[in-house]
Design a protein around this ligand. Sequence first.
Ligand SMILES: Nc1ncnc2c1ncn2[C@@H]1O[C@H](COP(=O)(O)OP(=O)(O)OP(=O)(O)O)[C@@H](O)[C@H]1O
Length: 811
Amino acid sequence: MSRFDSGAPSSVIVALWVPVFFLAHAFAGFWIVRARLLINPQFGGALRRLFRKASGKAAAAQPGQEDDEWAAARARSLDSNVLAQATDAALSPRARGAGPVRRSSAGSGAQRSVAEVERIELEWQGLSCCYRTNTGNKWVLKEIYGASNPGEMQALLGPSGAGKSTLMDMLAQRKSTGALSGVMLVDGLPADGSFIRRTAYVPQYDNFVPLMTTHEVMQFYAGIILPRDWSTSRRAARVEEVLQEMGLGHAHRTLVGGTTPGGIMHRGLSGGERKRLSIAAGILAAPSVVFLDEPTTGLDSFAALTVMGYMKRMARDNGHIVIASIHQPRSAIWSMFDTVSLLSCGRLMYTGICDGLVEWFRTIGFDYDANLHGVVSDWALDLVACGSHKPKKFYGNTITTKDEVRTVAAQFLARWMDLRGIALEDLSLGGGGRGSSAGGTLVSVRKAPARGRAASLPRSTAGGRGTTGGGVAGPSDRATIRQIAEVGASAVDEAYAAQQRPSTWAQQYWWTLRRELTIITRNPADVAGRTLTNAWVAAAMGIMYYDLTNDSSALKCKVNMLLNILAFFCLMPYISMSLYTAGKQFYLADVSAKLYTPSAYYLAKVSATLPFQLVSSLVFTFVIYGMAGLRNSVSAIWATGTLTTLMSLISVQVMHLCAVIAPTQDVAFMYSIAWTSIQLLFNNFFITFKEVSLTWLTHLKWLSAVYYAYEGMAVVEFGGVKLTCAGGLDPAGVKFLRQLLPNTKLLGLKAVQNGLARPGPDCVADASAVLDYFSFGRSYNATLGIMIGYWLITHLLTYTAMVAVGRKERR
Ligand SMILES: Nc1ncnc2c1ncn2[C@@H]1O[C@H](COP(=O)(O)OP(=O)(O)OP(=O)(O)O)[C@@H](O)[C@H]1O
């Protein structure tokens, strides 16, 4: 007697498949309606009107009523009391001691901010970056100097390939490739590993979830990047404050928009609003320095102006240093910048206030003519672009060769050093003499340099804070600089960076869990789509196998059906490959911004997806199980459901693993297909292992989860089962046997044919013969253990791959 015996004969189990089939629709419907309500607010209105009509209430909702209600609710939750409380909390001694938030000296007349910017002075000295290429060392940056003060907007300007992005990555301490050298000073002191936490890097292309609202995006970042001890109300107040400051106060409930995995395009924020949202997310934690990577790219000229206008006001009012790489700014945008660093071929051509640019080049023989050259920034770009023909009548006197670039750079450097009181020879300029080391992140010297003579290059007076002239390495510090060169630029200490993360592991887990749930429940192709697909494919298969009889004639159909179920679970996850590859992109972007630890993200992702995966695989199993009428006992139903669910989880996890390790989606498909082929070929069904002539090949069965699951399901369905064969073989069956074995005289005997067709009421077939035929001897529990182990290994591999891929992502 098998542990799965019920004693009752098997037949269609209506009480199983009917409720499951309808509950699956209710479940999918709930998520579809919920997502539609958010994506399409008119849908909510229409739904309400429908309910009112149905319940006899004629009065339709007034237009705009919904918005008003929501606005009132939001106003209630974020009223001025909350804002005031949050501000007070920000100023409490405890909060002040705990986080980087300090009182600003500026804006004394203005309303106090929930999180104020810690104003710093920044200076960089001799930044260089060299790549080793097939043709030798390639210096993409060499001896770049500069400085920036609080409230200042600095443009990184230069022709394509001049080194703007490289310089910005080095300044932001986000560069991890190439041989790096140089010094970063914060308030005259060497920058340490915590500097990265005082900066925000707004990438050129954002990576928002298209189906999240503006407010949800900001909530997510507030949960992750604001100090761990901030209260919920203070976080909410900060989100509100930043959204208002960036002119997004009206767009709380607007979707970010974009294309979801699967290809559905959703309308949302405009390009300019999206960029402002990127900046808003960046400045949420009140960073001292905001790096903007080509903030105006892809925006029309008015949107670009608006974005930069907001940024300018933020910098001026709050005291952020803003450093933006920029291509051909229009004159209104150019005039917003206080200072500029002009690069060409990796060399510094000028750094200082924008108004000093024309004057400097005039002194070395390159005159600016407003009538001929137009906007100063355009002229500067044309002036330093080398390697192309620039007719004098259009461009005037310009720099045309790399040698000229080097000469002008040396002239500027001499001037810069002169103004700062440093002798060039003391700095051992040129070549790789300052040393470098491959693969490091820029770090800086250990000790504070003495302040040099105040710079007499004109400095910005942005925000009315006057000129200060940043600290610069004096002669006594040169040994320190050389020491760095010898030691080489070591990587920023990862452990230190992790320690410095503002949020706890639990906070990271919670907020990524919320985001993952939003991603999967709002995408119609995900939870709802998968549940419905499972229900309907199961129903279609169930119709094919409907009500298999409880006798030996159904044996073949049952054996086929078990394999079909497993084949479905092998193939179904393919429809979600785009979700896995999109998830990888979010992860990589977040990991490069050091938002959270991989373990918090991974566990959140598993927690968010697992319940839905369980639901959809059980829907499939129970619908087909009930329709076909497999072994009718609660233990058998659950035992089969457990195995099919594990099969489904393993397949999903393998697809996920392939998406993580593959460089592209196409390659991910190739890896997955290799795995699926092993599953389908090595499961003992189409060809038993006994029949394979190349025996060594059958060892691939150890990789086949389908083989294990098939064995387990066969044990559940056929173990110890006795089927009646009183009905005998049908005439077609007898005919088939005769054709198969034409020379067997025995089959020709009338008595034998009668015996096969009508064996008599006492005929009983032992279904365990199926297990013998396939050489299935493992117990159910052993199979279960193997399947669980297989699943855990796929998780371990995926997690390891994610950590490795995250580390490899270097720039
Ligand atoms: N890994 C690398 N190996 C070799 N050269 C590289 C590498 N990465 C970047 N470069 C080179 O470094 C130079 C500077 O690149 P960078 O992206 O900083 O310039 P950019 O001024 O930002 O250009 P753009 O405005 O076109 O974005 C380019 O010539 C680029 O080809």
